[in-house]
Write a protein that binds this ligand. Structure first.
Ligand SMILES: Nc1nc2c(ncn2[C@@H]2O[C@H](COP(=O)(O)OP(=O)(O)OP(=O)(O)O)[C@@H](O)[C@H]2O)c(=O)[nH]1
Length: 925
């Protein structure tokens, strides 16, 4: 019987990877991964090899023995050699927290029942005494009996309820009953709320308990956000007092009074004066900032340094201390780089010119100023020119960059990294069983039906399987998964693609595959509903193969697990596969740093305020931590388990989802969160973001790749770049032809990656994917639907439509080479729906239309769209409003349109109206 390498490795207590290497050494080829299968002969060969080597457990002395090798306990040497990566201990605090919550609930229930029983007894007793007083009590026993009865009643509340019958042990109880469970000392029910994540993992990570797992190589955490520039000052030389003198010619030139500097200074002063008069308030934006002093500048300076008091003439302490060291004056340079806004001091430091010399230069121009005065770019340039220097500007650092860059960019030392639980997302076509599978997994191992803690709203949870932690993020659909990625949040390590065996690959399955591929996460397939009679798993596997997901049992590299969420078939194997894939990827994090992660969702609750579900991705989040996420900030007031929401936690380590309270407003789903050391900083960042969002007139905040800017992006790039493409076409044949043509495009610096190819019109899902993956969308004989078009405009995603295949390759080639000549560009004008047809013998067919959006112009062209497919493209011949010719007809109005050369118009057709404009070359310079 075929056995997987990792299973055999487990049995033989050796590292899976080591076993892969052994396969190669002993001539068993094609076993590149621990997930590969071995046949009986190969297993025997391996066993013989290991027994011959003497270092591994052996089957016994006889080589010919065919008896299975009994798993043996590894020797101490072996245990020492194999680094244990299982994390048995984190189970304790989580289970303890959950158990504490469940026990508390049980206790409350018992108390309520006891109170009810006591009340009933008391009522009974009072009735009895009334009866006795009225001489109705004829029973034996006299006065003593009620007393006995009372004492029995008094004892009742302390007893567990007896009438419930034997209770099925809950999963937590089951875990407690297991031999490998060690209860955490003093942190269970009734004690201080236990902690979750980090601490246990840390202890466990280096322990020697649990089964032997492969040795790990520690990998860096995937980052959530693109790297930001390092904070200012990090790499800058220390403040200095250079001994360079101003060049005489520079001074002479400025003294002559004819320099542009004087005029500029006057301009700056005027501007400052008018700003003062206006009493303008503003912060953060250099455009609003009066240069060379002013209250606003002081505010800006404070907001950037985080100081709440002090004037700009006094430099921040840190700077002063820095300057008191050795003079590290840089030699005078011919070209200097400064960051805007630039102060006199910064220019002096960058240029290696004494600040006093710059001040003197300014003074000679009649401007009395200070070393901390901010100069605008023009003035900086002019002063530099006076000094005989060329100046280059770096982008201004935002407050956010200053505070968060260090946190985001901080790389963890390898020795600080610990194994962390994998975060798994289930994707797939609607109704294929994603939710049922997750429910089954949770029910199987952690929570029984009595927990009552799982609600529809819980979308992320962590569970334990064989002492291994796994976290799930249950997104309602792959769009939500991709939406999060679009916001820079990658909260998934492994995607489980759920495919119903009776249905096979469906359109949303294809989309889910593209989304998982674009996220570059490993894919495991759960072939679900295998319990249904007559399902043909082979057919579904053929479908997977057609999607380039070749099952490992067919020699491919994709693990396909046959499951049933109803019978539980394959659930354990699915979990094992997830854990093995996770093990191979060695996900790690540093629990000893301030937390950062992603907000999965947030909502305002009437009693608790904002409750946010966050996934900790690195570090440890603690109650009391200062956090910022999007435009929200606050302090973590309380933390709850997501699976059993009554279980309170004190901290959460990497890969642990928790519900927290404390944000002032609800952060958006997919927003990154960070822990800061100061609430004022968090407030500044959140306010700054809110301010920017309010002031931003542009909806498009990301400049996505377009064929026009592709070359600019490639410019200066060192490595091979990837151009991601989403292709939608009218028929499968077109896709194949285009794919073939794209394959011919061979460029040393640009790789073309087809993220998704499918038949049909362009949808919002395509735009979401393009947004998240920085892709362009190519529509071949198809158009975007209205919502997709609006979304693409809003998100700056380029949608290019073609009707001739060679034009696609021509454009791509030209774009890569920077020679794209967009001589003609189509300007979308609007859309009109054909509501009625009028056949007029002399003129032809007139389409009675309603303009759905935009405008229809007389000299424009119209693509005729039927069932989301372009069936033709014709010039508009006549455009009429009622009986009159019209130049244009706007949204909401009715009109008659006659197309030139096309009479086969039908009701329900859409006219996609556009104009062709001549546009100059983009890359002339
Ligand atoms: N026979 C059988 N039915 C299943 C299985 N898994 C799920 N179902 C049923 O399929 C239906 C859909 O299951 P869900 O778990 O809601 O599917 P889903 O993929 O989460 O659906 P959406 O969340 O709507 O995308 C339900 O009626 C389930 O009971 C299975 O393994 N076997």
């Amino acid at each position: 019987m075929a056995v997987r390498i990792y299973s055999l490795a487990k049995e033989l207590k050796v590292d899976s990877k080591e076993l892969v290497d052994i396969c190669t050494q002993i001539g068993i080829s094609g076993k590149g991964s621990a997930l590969a299968s071995l046949d009986d002969g190969e297993v025997t060969k391996i066993r013989e090899h290991l027994s011959g080597g003497g270092a591994k457990p052996s089957a016994g002395p006889g080589k010919k023995s065919s008896a299975p090798i009994a798993p043996q306990r590894p020797t101490k040497k072996e245990v020492d050699r194999v680094k244990v990566i299982s994390t048995p201990k984190p189970i304790d605090p989580v289970i303890a927290a959950r158990q504490a919550a469940l026990e508390q609930a049980a206790k409350e229930k018992a108390e309520q029942e006891a109170a009810a029983a006591a009340a009933a007894e008391a009522a009974e007793a009072s009735r009895a005494s009334e009866d006795s007083a009225s001489g109705k009590d004829s029973g034996a026993g006299g006065d003593g009996e009620p007393a006995e009865s009372d004492s029995a009643t008094a004892a009742t509340p302390a007893e567990p309820p007896q009438d419930e019958g034997p209770r099925r042990p809950g999963p937590l109880a089951r875990v407690m009953q297991r031999g490998d469970y060690v209860p955490p000392g003093g942190t269970t029910a009734g004690g201080k709320p236990p902690v979750l994540g980090g601490g246990g993992a840390r202890k466990a990570g280096k322990g020697s308990g649990g089964r032997a797992r492969p040795a790990i190589k520690l990998a860096p955490m995937p980052t959530n956000e693109p790297p930001k520039p390092a904070p200012r000052g990090k790499k800058e030389p220390a403040a200095q007092k250079p001994d360079m003198k101003l060049p005489a010619d520079a001074l002479k030139a400025s003294k002559a009074g004819a320099t542009p500097l004087k005029a500029h200074l006057r301009k700056a002063e005027d501007a400052l004066q008018s700003e003062k008069e206006k009493g303008a308030k503003g912060r953060g934006k250099k455009g609003d900032t009066p240069m060379l002093g002013g209250r606003e500048q002081r505010q800006l300076s404070r907001s950037r340094t985080g100081r709440r008091s002090g004037g700009m003439s006094r430099p921040p302490r840190r700077s002063r201390r820095r300057r008191s060291g050795i003079n590290t004056a840089a030699p005078r340079k011919g070209k200097v780089t400064v960051q805007l806004p630039c102060t006199v001091r910064e220019l002096s430091e960058a240029a290696g010119v004494a600040a006093t010399d710059i001040l003197r230069l300014l003074m000679e121009e009649g401007v009395m100023t200070t070393i901390a005065a901010v100069m605008d770019p023009d003035l900086t340039e002019l002063v530099a020119a006076e000094l005989g220097l060329e100046v280059e500007f770096r982008d201004e650092l935002t407050v956010e960059d200053e505070y968060l860059a260090e946190i985001r960019d901080r790389e963890d030392a390898e020795e600080d990294l610990q194994p962390r639980a994998p975060i798994i997302t289930f994707l797939g076509h609607v109704d294929h069983g994603k939710t049922s599978l997750i429910d089954k997994i949770i029910d199987t191992d952690v929570v029984s039906g009595e927990s009552g803690g799982i609600t529809q709203h819980i979308r992320a949870y962590t569970i334990f399987k064989n002492d291994q932690q796994i976290s799930f993020v249950d997104t309602p659909g792959h769009e939500a998964f991709t939406e999060m990625r679009a916001r820079g949040a990658n909260v998934t390590d492994i995607a489980v693609l759920v495919v119903a065996a009776d249905d096979g690959i469906m359109p949303q399955t294809e989309e889910a595959i593209s989304h998982a591929r674009a996220a570059e996460v490993p894919i495991i397939v759960a072939l679900n509903k295998c319990d249904l009679p007559g399902v043909d798993a082979n057919q579904a596997m053929q479908g997977l193969t057609a999607q380039e997901l070749v099952p490992s049992e067919w020699g491919g590299d994709v693990e396909v697990v046959k499951t049933s969420a109803i019978t539980g078939e394959g659930i354990d194997e699915l979990l094992d596969t997830i854990l093995t894939v996770a093990e191979l990827h060695e996900f790690t994090a540093n629990p000893d740093r301030p937390a950062l992660g992603t907000c999965i969702e947030a909502q305002q609750e009437s009693d608790r305020g904002v409750v946010s579900k966050v996934m900790v991705q690195n570090g440890t989040l603690r109650v009391g931590d200062v956090i910022v996420s999007g435009q929200a900030y606050g302090k973590v007031k309380a933390m709850y388990d997501t699976l059993i929401p009554t279980a309170r936690l004190e901290e959460a380590g990497p890969s642990v989802p928790v519900n927290i309270t404390g944000f002032d407003v609800a952060p958006g789903a997919g927003e990154a969160f960070y822990v800061l050391d100061d609430i004022a900083k968090a407030r500044t960042i959140a306010e700054d973001r809110a301010h920017e969002a309010r002031n931003s007139n542009l909806d498009v905040d990301v400049q996505h790749v377009t064929l026009e800017n592709l070359f600019d992006r490639l410019d200066g790039a060192e490595e091979v770049q990837t151009l991601n493409i989403i292709l939608r076409a009218d028929v499968r044949g077109s896709i194949e032809a285009i794919q073939k043509e794209l394959g011919k495009l061979d460029h040393p610096e640009v790789k073309i990656k087809l993220l998704q190819k499918s038949v049909g019109g362009i949808t919002e899902a395509d735009v979401t994917l393009a947004d998240a993956s920085d892709a362009i969308i190519i529509g071949f004989n198809v158009v975007p639907d209205e919502k997709a078009r609006i979304m693409a405009d809003k998100r700056g995603v380029q949608v290019r439509r073609y009707e001739v295949i060679y034009k696609i390759t021509e454009d791509l080639k030209a774009a890569i080479e920077g020679l794209l000549k967009p001589e003609e560009r189509e300007i979308d004008l609007g859309r009109a729906l054909v509501q009625q047809i009028f056949k007029i013998s002399r003129s032809g067919t007139i389409a009675g239309c309603r303009v759905l959006s935009g405008v229809v112009e007389r000299n424009a062209r119209a693509r005729v769209i039927r069932d989301n497919t372009i069936i033709g493209d014709y010039p508009i011949d006549t455009l009429r409003r009622e009986k009159d010719d019209a130049k244009e007809v706007r949204e909401g109005l009715e009109c008659g349109i006659k197309l030139s050369g096309f009479n086969d118009v039908k009701e329900g057709d859409l006219f996609d109206v556009y104009r062709v404009e001549e546009v100059g070359r983009s890359f002339e310079d």
